[in-house]
Design a protein. Structure first.
Length: 372
């Protein structure tokens, strides 16, 4: 017994290891990063990190400090930032990456490459595109939250809750960028600097690594519907049914409850790839002042009008996707899986914009709220 105890104690002493210790107090913990395009093929990296300011009554008031540097690469820019402060920066806990649209239209992957190669890289950070400069986004004087990174994280989450898009973090974005036959969309943010706010106004469309277009709020919601994304919240839709005599008189608001149907892809040598999207969409009415939604004729007529509106919106959305050469629906991926011989003969980057895509959406009103 004594011998066994002695062996255990000796083993614990001899085999005990060590680990790298990183104290938070010895570094500036970066929580948000912005990238912008600059002249002469340079980029600007802007970072936000929390500091604690003590008021008159010694109350702890967390605030975000913003700093930036310009260089040829994110790594060089980070080194330049380190030379500006007493303590070095630690980017292992970044929550949000923001891209200025000028840089996003050039390439988003180049600035993410350094994160993928870093064992402490923040792969769970959310990614979004700013209409304008990311530096301006970091300097917005918002009052909703104390820290700017919390503001943008919650803002991006809110767009997801409204069914506008699927959330992408740094890790999932890399997978999406390099998936053959499918492109990615990211939240698109517009600044209202005078009001100290920012809005999620839609989504940025990408072809491979470059931003090539954008969708507004309604079109982004339609894209969510067309993709039938199970891990995304159900989108809302708003329409004007008929002519309004007063504000909101003919306004209709509805939310998707269930989608039935499928995307059918056919290919032949003469007409090429053809796509038919046939969906039956169950919807819940959340606002419709004219009422009478318990009458079958009224519901049938309203469903028909909503179907026409939804198909018009789908046509507009698909047209923008093809003009941006953004295969967000993953048509190429499905063609690769089910029509490989055809896929191998196609140049998808050139052929996708010419694919005939026909939406056929039928709305079925299943709920109309708690009033009759």
């Amino acid at each position: 017994m004594k011998r066994s105890l002695l062996i255990i104690m000796a083993a614990a002493f001899i085999l005990s290891g060590c680990w790298d210790q990183r104290l938070i107090k010895e570094s500036n913990l970066i929580r948000i990063v912005g990238y912008d395009k600059e002249k002469n093929h340079k980029l600007r990296e802007s970072v936000g990190y929390p500091v604690v300011a003590h008021g008159e009554l010694s109350a702890v008031q967390p605030q975000s400090n913003i700093n930036s540097a310009i260089n040829y690469s994110p790594r060089d820019a980070r080194l330049a930032l380190d030379r500006k402060v007493v303590q070095t920066y630690d980017s292992s806990k970044v929550k949000v990456f923001l891209y200025g649209d000028a840089l996003a239209k050039e390439n988003v992957y180049n600035s993410l490459d350094v994160i993928y190669r870093d064992p402490k890289g923040s792969l769970n950070a959310l990614v979004a595109v700013v209409n304008g400069r990311a530096l301006d986004a970091l300097n917005v004087k918002q009052s909703d939250t104390g820290l700017i990174e919390d503001y943008y994280e919650e803002l991006i989450q809110s767009g997801h809750e409204l069914g506008m898009y699927r959330l992408h973090n740094v890790q999932s974005l890399c997978t999406a960028i390099f998936t053959e036959g499918q492109d990615v969309v990211l939240p698109f943010i517009k600044l209202r600097e005078k009001e100290g706010r920012a809005d999620i106004v839609g989504t940025a469309l990408f072809h491979h690594k470059k931003m090539t277009g954008q969708l507004n709020y309604e079109e982004s919601s339609m894209l969510t519907l067309l993709k039938k994304m199970k891990k995304t919240k159900s989108p809302y839709f708003s329409f004007i049914i008929g002519k309004e005599k007063s504000a909101g008189e003919k306004a209709l608001n509805a939310r998707v409850k269930k989608i039935k149907g499928k995307m059918n892809i056919q290919y032949n040598e003469i007409q090429g790839a053809q796509v038919k999207i046939s969906y039956i969409v169950d919807m819940e009415i959340s606002q419709y002042p004219p009422n009478h939604l318990t009458e079958k004729k009224t519901v049938a007529a309203l469903s028909e009008k909503m179907s026409a509106k939804m198909n018009d919106l789908a046509d507009t959305t698909l047209d923008k996707l093809q003009k941006a050469n953004c295969d967000a629906l993953g048509i190429g991926q499905k063609l690769h899986a089910f029509h490989f011989d055809a896929w191998s003969r196609l140049n998808w980057d050139k052929d996708y914009p010419n694919v005939k895509i026909t939406p056929d959406i039928k709305v079925n009103i299943i709920q109309h709220g708690i009033i009759n």
